[in-house]
Design a protein. Structure first.
Length: 480
């Protein structure tokens, strides 16, 4: 998993539990729409990166945005989250929250750009300046009183929104020097979901795994290991004969309306029994067992050539369909029903289409936009940006350009793509593909924007420089 330095299931089995979970998920989504929050990477549990609310930014005013740069005590090589009107130190604020590469979490007033509080993990002094980093985005609890963040010492922290103090700390890897928390966190139905991968260069031993934690207490509930998956606890990586199979997609685990968890793994051994390298995996809501799986027929070749299937997380297109992109320049269209069950499912994808620049690596998260009766998929890599429409169960190419980018966002009827190589933050008409604006900013790596309440927040910088300072760009509409 050498990363670039550039920057459905049988419903009858769970009828009552699914109804309960769906109701909770619907309530959570409605509350999110009502508040205008962006509480996690990609906005929603599926990481669609396509919020349903108006943002105040339109094609007519996008070119009038003004930028404020906020200096941070660390580089944020990920994306921010946002909560509107939360109480911090006794006053109401609209707040951006970010986590730096060495695990500091910072609350930034969205209107003023001031630092409201900063949490520094206890082991920060031993981490900063080293290659031991995180690219994870935090996640807000639905109660809007706490957030959950990752620290490269292998822990997850629960922090109070009011002042940033830690409520609990839980270890999710026994070897943080090898097992990296690189993906975004999720929280659903009282459980925090996190995943681990490896570091640049695939230095063994490590194994990708998914953990669920009790959001209230921090107790480790379940562990699903992508290698030695018959073992259901944290273990020292050296005690498993196989290594790698990282879970490192930007969105981490994505979650459907039933609470089922979907992840994709990187290169590693595959036997369809206890080794699940280069595969799409569906887990039950507590991550205690596999209930669906898929791998391409050329799994062995992908592993041999380090062409991770899991260079990105599954994109939930709605209904029965998933789009999964990999480092071999291919996006697979997969039926969830066809991959159901714990027995190995190799091949049988519905369609393949090239990633935006085909032969280039694809370590970004696609955006899924439900526009009227249509479903659109947007993706970018370091060489191009492209759009597809889902028609008759197949992806149909709509437009493409040669501008590279990180994880796209569709918000308020506009498409935002950050070119981390220094090309700026481009704003497009998502249907036509025409460029509407190009906002100047510095370079980065895996950073991606969020768009809320007439503002855009985008961190700059590359975690691989091991810097201990950074910048958060905030663009706002000019006040009349």
């Amino acid at each position: 998993m050498t990363k670039p330095s550039y920057g459905c299931v049988n419903i009858s089995r769970y009828l009552l539990p699914l109804f309960f979970l769906f109701a909770i998920g619907t309530l959570g989504a409605n509350a999110q729409r009502a508040t205008g929050d962006w509480p996690q990477f990609g906005w929603d549990l599926a990481s669609s990166s396509a919020p349903t609310y108006a943002t105040g930014i339109t094609a007519a005013n996008a070119g009038t945005l003004t930028r404020r740069q906020v200096t941070l005590d660390g580089t944020v090589d990920s994306s921010a989250i946002y909560l509107r009107g939360v109480t911090v130190k006794g006053s109401k604020h609209d707040v951006f929250f970010v986590t730096t590469t060495y695990g500091k979490t910072i609350a930034v007033d969205a209107a003023q750009g001031t630092i409201l509080w900063e949490y520094t993990p206890p082991k920060y002094d031993a981490l900063h300046g080293t290659a031991q980093i995180t690219n994870s985005s935090p996640v807000a609890d639905p109660d809007r009183e706490y957030i959950y963040t990752a620290v490269p010492d292998g822990t997850i922290q629960k922090l109070a929104i009011s002042d940033g103090h830690a409520i609990w700390t839980t270890t999710i890897t026994l070897m943080p020097l090898r097992e990296k928390i690189g993906s975004a966190l999720k929280v659903f139905h009282g459980r925090v979901i996190a995943a681990t991968g490896g570091y640049v260069g695939d230095r063994p031993p490590y194994q990708g795994h998914v953990v669920t934690l009790d959001a209230q207490s921090g107790q480790l509930l379940h562990v699903w290991n992508s290698l030695c998956s018959d073992r259901t606890a944290l273990f020292m990586p050296s005690t498993c004969p196989q290594s790698d199979s990282a879970i490192w997609g930007r969105a981490g685990a994505v979650i459907d309306a039933t609470g089922n968890i979907f992840v994709a793994t990187g290169n590693g051994d595959y036997d369809g029994k206890t080794s699940w390298g280069d595969a799409v995996i569906e887990l039950n809501p507590d991550a205690s067992k596999i209930i669906g799986n898929y791998t391409p027929a050329n799994n062995a070749e992908l592993n041999r050539r380090d062409l991770d299937v899991g260079s990105t997380s599954p994109a939930m297109l709605g209904g029965d369909l998933i789009a999964q992109g990999g480092k071999d320049g291919v996006i697979w269209l997969i039926s969830i029903k066809a991959m159901a069950g714990s027995a190995s499912h190799m091949g049988g994808e519905l369609q393949t289409v090239p990633t935006p620049s085909a032969a280039r690596q694809f370590p970004t998260a696609p955006a899924v936009w439900h526009h009227g009766a249509d479903t659109w998929l947007f993706a970018a890599d370091f060489g191009a940006t492209a759009a597809w429409s889902l028609k008759d169960g197949k992806l149909s190419a709509m437009w493409k350009n040669s501008n590279g980018g990180t994880s796209p966002v569709v918000a308020g009827g506009l498409l935002y793509v950050y070119d981390s190589g220094g090309g700026g933050l481009r704003i497009y008409d998502p249907v036509k593909g025409t460029q509407l604006a190009d906002l100047e900013c510095g370079g980065g790596h895996w950073n991606s924007p969020i768009v809320v309440d007439g503002k855009i927040a985008l961190p700059e910088g590359n975690a691989n420089t091991h810097a201990t300072t950074g910048v958060l760009d905030i663009w706002s509409l000019q006040k009349k």
